[in-house]
Write a protein that binds this ligand. Structure first.
Ligand code: GRF
Length: 208
């Protein structure tokens, strides 16, 4: 399968996805990187590894970015099958969601639907988890719809919140699990092991 990864930051998930494609645990290739921050770590990693970088979206302050319609055209030209958001902070436009039904994934660093939605990103998520007194947190992989963090949940991993955790320490513990669970889910997606329960909940079939 042909994968597009969307990144706004350092891109450690992008890196682990790329390594998994090279190592064969994801049966696919990252064929393009999309970013709203052309100078970010993820974009730099892509350039160093010969992965083309697309700048999106077009805004008043970044007129050189692609419009949503042009992005869809460009992804079609790359023959992209699946889109993987990996620390991409902007909302995905309806044009893209409609062009790639059941084909866009995101990873979020909390157990959704808790601590998700607009404004919950980065360390803010982990600070809120700690402040709430929750004893467990962990990453969620979900399909992407037109809102922040509300698409169908595919997989979650539980990570303990320790009594004296800082947001940074919790983030590190969660990120470690993110790298594993995202690769597992992307493998399932590429191997067509996702089945939809009658009520619309997606489930992952284990390998036969
Ligand atoms: C991760 O915590 C992910 O869950 C969230 O953004 C962060 C990206 O980290 N969506 P990285 O850029 O992959 O290191």
């Amino acid at each position: 399968k042909r994968l597009a990864v969307f990144v706004s930051g350092g891109g450690s998930n992008f890196r682990s996805i790329h390594e998994a494609t090279l190592g064969g645990s994801i049966p696919g290739d990252v064929v393009v990187l999309v970013t709203d921050k052309p100078g970010c770590g993820g974009a730099e990693y892509a350039s160093n590894h010969g992965i083309p970088v697309i700048f999106f979206p077009k805004t008043e302050s970044s007129p050189e970015g692609l419009s949503a319609v042009d992005l869809v055209t460009s992804l079609r030209n790359f023959n992209v099958d699946f889109i993987l958001l990996a620390g991409y902070l902007k909302l995905i436009p309806g044009e893209l969601v409609q062009a790639y039904p059941k084909s866009i994934l995101n990873i979020h660093p909390s157990l959704l639907p808790a601590f998700g939605g607009k404004g919950f990103y980065g360390l803010k998520v982990h600070r809120s988890v700690i402040a709430s007194g929750a004893r467990y947190s962990g990453p969620t992989v979900h399909f992407v719809d037109e809102n922040f963090d509300t698409g169908s949940i595919l997989a979650q991993r539980v990570v303990p919140v320790l009594a004296n955790d800082t947001a940074e320490q919790l983030a590190t513990r969660v990120l470690h699990e993110e790298h594993k669970v995202y690769v597992e889910v992307i493998s399932a997606l590429c191997e067509e092991r996702i089945v939809w329960r009658e009520d619309g909940v997606p489930l992952i079939r284990s390998r036969e």
